[in-house]
Design a protein around this ligand. Structure first.
Ligand code: BDR
Ligand code: CA
Length: 317
């Protein structure tokens, strides 16, 4: 893969099947240069998401990319895990290779700060779990804000939530962290449920991935098999591929509908803690703080996903 003009990125997530597929997509992209990977507690405990992340790194041959363990709990409040979607391990399903390089001695925040400090170019953070690592980074190293090109988030939703009627899982798990981020002045792009629940991948779509018959594609197809067990029990006809939207909207923005808006995070509220509230009123004088991703061309999304999985032809694990 050619290194010219790649966008430097940090992957921050709680893998998790859809985080894992997002990282497969990022590692396959000719446009992204992964500088660091960090875990966060969310879909499972921090020990489990870290182990899963390190196994994904081994699967994707990301031996040269430092991996740091992230925050074990939200800034305030209690962590809720999503074992119903992702299993006891947080990434149940196919066997994965064991981690092949040591965990960084730095914390997630220190590692992200190091990458930002040492990079000549601004760096994009792709954050697909709670926003706890990012908020801790912004609080600890405010002088590094200018080194952040963009934070591409999977989180929130303007129409509805998925964990409560008002809140999406990642934001609900740490609304205060999201509040710090949305009020930081750092450029943000938010893939909420508005778009991610339309990023539906049907069983016939992931059969195309399985048929590629390379080792990574086979694992991805089996991740879909597992993830869809719970998702289909909720009535969905396809797998809701949330986290890959945060990657795909960077590398193929042309297939998404994106609108600038002023977005705030509800941290109080009897029913709406963790809700993301956008102001699209034309009369509003609130300055947009976020690019909100609202819709996508689903078929192109699937085609690009299949194309990314095809890049692992001849892979050895
Ligand atoms: C989000 O919650 C997690 O379970 C997924 O990995 C995704 O990041 C969707 O609400
Ligand atoms: Ca996630």
């Amino acid at each position: 893969m050619n290194n010219n003009k790649k966008r430097p990125v940090i992957l921050d997530g709680d893998p998790g099947h859809d985080d894992a597929i997002a990282w497969v997509l990022a590692a396959a992209s000719d446009e992204l240069d992964i500088k660091a990977m960090v875990s966060v507690a969310g879909n499972q405990t921090i020990e489990k998401t870290t182990y899963n992340g390190r196994r994904i790194a081994a699967l994707l041959h990301l031996k040269d990319v430092p991996f740091a363990m992230g925050r074990e709990k939200p800034l305030l409040g209690n962590l809720e895990v999503a074992a119903n979607f992702h299993g006891v391990s947080g990434l149940d399903g196919p066997a994965l290779p064991e981690p092949d390089h040591p965990l960084s001695e730095l914390s997630s925040v220190e590692l992200m700060a190091k990458v930002l400090r040492e990079s000549e170019e601004k760096v994009t953070i792709i954050s697909t779990g709670t926003q706890t690592n990012v908020a801790a980074l912004l609080l600890a190293y405010p002088e590094l804000k200018d080194k952040i090109e963009l934070i591409s988030i999977m989180g929130g939703g303007l129409r509805n939530g998925n964990w409560t009627c008002g809140a999406e899982f990642n934001i609900l798990n740490d609304p205060e962290a999201a509040w710090i981020e949305f009020n930081s002045g750092v450029p943000l792009q938010m893939c909420g449920l508005d778009v991610t629940e339309r990023a539906l991948v049907y069983p016939s779509d992931w059969e195309r991935i399985r048929e590629l018959n390379n080792p990574v594609a086979k694992v991805v197809a089996e991740w879909f098999d597992f993830f869809f067990i719970h998702v289909s029990s909720l009535g969905w006809k396809g797998a809701t591929l949330h986290d890959p939207c945060a990657v795909m909207s960077l590398i193929h923005p042309e297939i998404f509908t994106i609108k600038d808006a002023y977005v705030q995070i509800e941290t109080q509220g009897q029913y709406c803690r963790g809700a993301t509230v956008a102001d699209f009123r034309e009369i509003s004088d609130a300055k947009p703080n976020c690019r909100v991703v609202l819709d996508l061309d689903r078929e192109k999304f699937v085609d690009y996903l299949v194309e990314a999985c095809a890049k692992y032809e001849g892979w050895v694990i």
